[in-house]
Design a protein around this ligand. Structure first.
Ligand code: CTP
Length: 426
């Protein structure tokens, strides 16, 4: 009672030759051991969507650890066994990794706690997964190579663009699926099916996210914001009542929305000039900018942020305040007000600036990036007889500001002479 659908041609057409060869070989090893062997999950979904995916998740109806050991007879691989999960990861010299798991049913003793594992068939294995689009398998054994098995109407959901949970307890068993649903929805331009959205909202509202480790939530949220439409994902999470559970005592209001909009629009551009920021840190700075320190401390502990995060956040807020008040225009004015080169803080401050102000800010970043002094402290000592001390810093700072505002490299010496003269030096 399931749909079978040949996809051998599709595999040959869309998957790299070496991977196709590998899939056939996996099937052959399965046959040698009399184990029905399948590739499952994201790879199958992405094959049908014609997207590249090198996540090779293999499921066997049999002992996966034995499968990996047998595979090792033919290939020079390293195996990492996860015995408690009846699974093995196989690592090839060229970096390829293949995960093999025993088809299993998971019994959740308590929701959101790691499951107990029991042998079962492919159908049960697929049924415990998150969404219908991720619950297809393709058989790899020689005689059936390339037969796609669809128990749950997955192909239909995929073609209609629907994210559907496979059973009512899906989110409760693993609340991180709440974030996954939104991530897939945004990534593929799909829509979470109505009943699934109800289950999702209910699971969030009843506080099940509290039962998941902060690290898992952080990982999922980071993945969600690394997709092409991060703001849409965050808005969606807010409207589903998830943001308020992830970040209690914070409000996802219009102002936050505007700041995030600016941040996501400008961060890649800024990265070329100031380096990549850690998105999760900057995102949280924006979300937490009006929270009291107790809430921030709670987030630091929950999501494993660095201990000095509160300090950095306060620093960022103060700097943004200075910029908003002083309205710098020239590069040197920005330089004097900002006093930091941390990408997170710079991006945070940038999110306070409207389009006009952003143009000035961008001009500053470009200038900052292009400006390198030819004179350094040693030159000041040898050429100008200055002594070690804070004045050296001051002169270099003044010189740097002058360069930012247009002084050319060949005028550095002249500038230093004039500057020192003005200060009563010979
Ligand atoms: N899975 C699940 N529940 C989760 C995580 C994963 O059921 N909370 C299942 C899904 O069947 C998924 C497979 O495990 O397809 C592999 O998970 P993962 O590699 O995290 O996701 P992919 O679907 O491959 O997505 P991505 O393309 O983002 O890697």
């Amino acid at each position: 009672n399931y749909a079978k659908f040949p996809v051998e041609d599709l595999i040959e057409e869309r998957v790299e030759k070496r991977i196709v060869t590998m899939l056939r070989f996996l099937g052959a090893v399965g046959s040698e051991l009399n184990m029905p062997t399948y590739i499952v999950g994201g790879f199958v979904r992405d094959l049908l969507l014609n997207k590249k995916n090198l996540d090779l998740d293999i499921v066997v109806e049999g002992n996966a650890n034995l499968f990996a050991e047998t595979f090792k007879k033919y290939f020079n691989i390293k195996i990492v066994e996860h015995r408690e999960f009846l699974a093995s990861s196989m690592f090839f010299n060229d970096g390829l990794r293949i995960d093999v798991a025993t088809a299993r049913t998971e019994y959740y003793k308590k929701p959101a706690i790691l499951p107990e594992v029991e042998m079962s068939t492919i159908k049960k294995d697929l049924y415990r997964r998150d969404f219908s689009i991720n619950a297809m398998a393709i058989k790899l054994n020689q005689e059936d190579f390339g037969i796609l098995i669809d128990f749950f109407g997955s192909r239909k959901d995929l073609s209609k663009g629907i994210i559907r949970a496979l059973h009512p307890l899906s989110f409760i068993e693993d609340p991180t699926r709440i974030l996954r649903a939104v991530r897939f929805e945004q990534r593929f331009g799909f829509e979470i099916e109505v009943r699934t959205a109800e289950l999702l909202k209910q699971c969030a509202a009843e506080g099940y996210l509290d039962r998941v480790t902060g690290q898992r939530l952080r990982d999922e949220l980071s993945k969600a914001i690394e997709e092409p439409l991060p703001l849409k994902a965050l808005r969606r999470l807010a409207s589903l009542g998830v943001m308020e559970k992830l970040f209690p005592e914070t409000e996802f209001d219009r102002e936050t929305d505007i700041r995030l909009q600016r941040y996501f629009l400008r961060r890649e551009r800024n990265a070329l000039l100031i380096g990549e920021d850690r998105m999760f840190y900057t995102l949280l700075m924006i979300i937490l900018r009006k929270s009291d320190s107790k809430s921030v401390e709670w987030c630091i502990a929950r999501y494993g942020l660095p201990k000095n995060y509160l300090e950095r956040l306060n620093d960022a807020i103060a700097t943004a305040g200075i910029i908003v008040n002083e309205k710098p225009e020239t590069p040197s004015q920005f330089y004097r007000s900002l006093k930091t080169n941390k990408p997170e803080i710079l991006n945070f401050v940038n999110s306070y600036l409207d389009e006009q102000e952003d143009l000035l800010f961008l001009a500053y970043l470009k200038k900052l990036n292009d400006t390198k002094l030819s004179i350094n402290g040693n030159v000041l000592k040898t050429r100008y007889g200055m002594r070690e001390g804070p004045e050296i810093r001051d002169v270099l700072d003044e010189l740097f500001c002058a360069r930012l505002d247009g002084l050319t490299k060949d005028k550095e010496d002249e500038f230093v002479r004039e500057y020192l003269k003005g200060r009563g030096w010979k």
